[in-house]
Structures are given as C-alpha cells and as structure tokens.
Design a protein around this ligand. Structure first.
Ligand SMILES: Nc1ncnc2c1ncn2[C@@H]1O[C@H](COP(=O)(O)OP(=O)(O)OP(=O)(O)O)[C@@H](O)[C@H]1O
Length: 232
C-alpha cells in the first residue's frame, strides 16, 4: 500500500436478501481512493452508488470483499469498532439535511461535537469556529432550521459533518434537493473544504453539473465500475 492510498476496495460485493430473493447491488468493485482526493461516483439510479458509500462509511458491511482504510481492514470490524471508527474518521452529508428542528444552527453543530466526544467547555467556541469556515453561516447561528433556505440547511449539515474533523467526508447526492445554482454553491463549498482542510471526499451524484468539480469520476452501472475519468 503506497502512502497516498487512503481507501483500498477489493472485490467488493453486496447482496441484499429479502426473504429468499437476492438483489446483487455491488458485484465486485475494485477501487483505490487517495488522500486528499475529491472523488465523484456517478451512475444511473439503482446502480449501487449509495450501497458503495454505505460500505465506505462503515454504515453497512459487505457480503464479500475487503475495504482497507488507513491500512486497517475495516471489514473485519464488529459493530462497536465500526461505530468508533466512524466517529473518529468519517463525516456524512446526505440529500436530506437531517437537522434537529428544535435546536438552533449553533446547537445542531454543538450536538455533533458532543457526539464526537468534544469537551463541553470548548464546544460553543468550536461550533462557532466551524460555522465561520462556511461563508455566511456564523450570522445564522441562532436560527432554527425551518428559518433557513434549503441551501443554508445543507451548509449546516456540512458544518455538522465536520465536527469530528473527519479524514473522509461521504456525500450522498448532497445537491439532489437543491436548485442548480444552490447545488453548485454547495459543491464549491465541498471543493473548498477539500482543498483547504485536505479532507478526502467521496461524493455520489447523478447531476452532470456537479461532476466538473471532482478530481476523478468513477462511473458505476449494475454494481460494477464501468469507467473512470481523471479530471485534475
Ligand atoms: N436495503 C435494501 N434492500 C434491498 N435492496 C436494496 C437495498 N438498498 C438498495 N437496494 C437495491 O440495490 C441496488 C442499488 O441501490 P443503491 O441505492 O445503492 O443505488 P443508487 O445508485 O444509489 O441509486 P439512486 O441514484 O437512485 O440513489 C438497487 O437495485 C436497489 O433496489
């Protein structure tokens, strides 16, 4: 494993089983993801993008194959070890923002800091520091999610995902519920965080507008890698 390889995926298969019927969602994915990379995963609906991100994010385990992150074979981890690894290393952004509606923007970020084990005495200052990395967000710190636009809510979700200072940010269709201008602003923000903080980002999208922002685009179809395009 070379020093710049962060994630190595080997022959990854995932078969969902409902009653006795098997649905192969991933059929043998081989992929290396490098430190500091902004990787896009593209492909039609049902091709396996979310399934792949769930495996990389240790939200689910594969049926077969291996995922090595930072030299550790995470597919060998039990549920507890997976949770600890996620909490230390991985941030998530989804197409729905999943903010806590009765908490303010600041409190939503503070809650994520609490979950990451950040000491209570420093939480507020750290939450403000994270929000200040995202243009326009600190001014909104006392608002509740329903007082924000969709783009602003997604920015809060991104701030929250940064609470554990993740090595890897998993973004599953982060712009799917946004108009194209707001969507581009969100991907530009992810790009900025990738460049300035060095966080490795793996983003699934089927929106061609978002694809130009990534370093490399991997196309999947029917659970297999179809092609990849290096852009930077
Ligand atoms: N929990 C599940 N149980 C059974 N089948 C599932 C489950 N999750 C996904 N699948 C199936 O696995 C395949 C891949 O789904 P996945 O959600 O990974 O695709 P996707 O590329 O992310 O699609 P989309 O762009 O629509 O989100 C699909 O055929 C889907 O129906």
């Amino acid at each position: 494993m070379s020093e710049d390889e962060l994630i190595i995926i080997e022959n990854l298969k995932k078969i969902y089983k409902i009653k006795n019927v098997e649905f192969p969602a991933l059929r043998g994915i081989n992929l290396k993801i490098y430190k500091g990379e902004f990787l896009g995963i593209a492909g039609p609906s049902g091709s396996g993008k979310t399934t792949l991100l769930d495996m990389i994010g240790l939200l689910d385990s594969p049926t077969e194959g291996k995922i090595i992150i930072d030299k550790k074979d995470v597919t060998k981890f039990d549920e507890d070890k997976r949770a600890i690894f996620r909490r230390k290393n991985i941030g998530f952004v989804f197409q729905s923002y999943n903010l806590i509606s009765y908490l303010t923007v600041l409190e939503n970020v503070e809650l994520a800091l609490a979950a990451a084990g950040y000491p209570v005495s420093k939480r507020k200052a750290k939450a403000e520091e994270i929000l200040s990395m995202i243009p326009g967000m600190l001014e909104l710190k006392n608002k509740k999610p329903n007082e924000l636009s969709a783009g602003q809510q997604q920015r809060v979700a991104i701030a929250r995902a940064l609470a554990n200072d993740p090595k890897i940010l998993i973004a599953d269709e982060p712009t799917a519920n946004l108009d194209s201008k707001t969507g581009e602003a969100i991907v530009e923000l992810l790009r900025k965080l990738n460049e300035e903080k060095g966080v490795t980002i793996v983003m699934a999208t089927h929106d061609p507008m978002m694809m130009k922002y990534v370093d490399r685009l991997v196309y999947i179809r029917d659970g297999l890698i179809e092609k990849e395009v290096i852009q930077k």
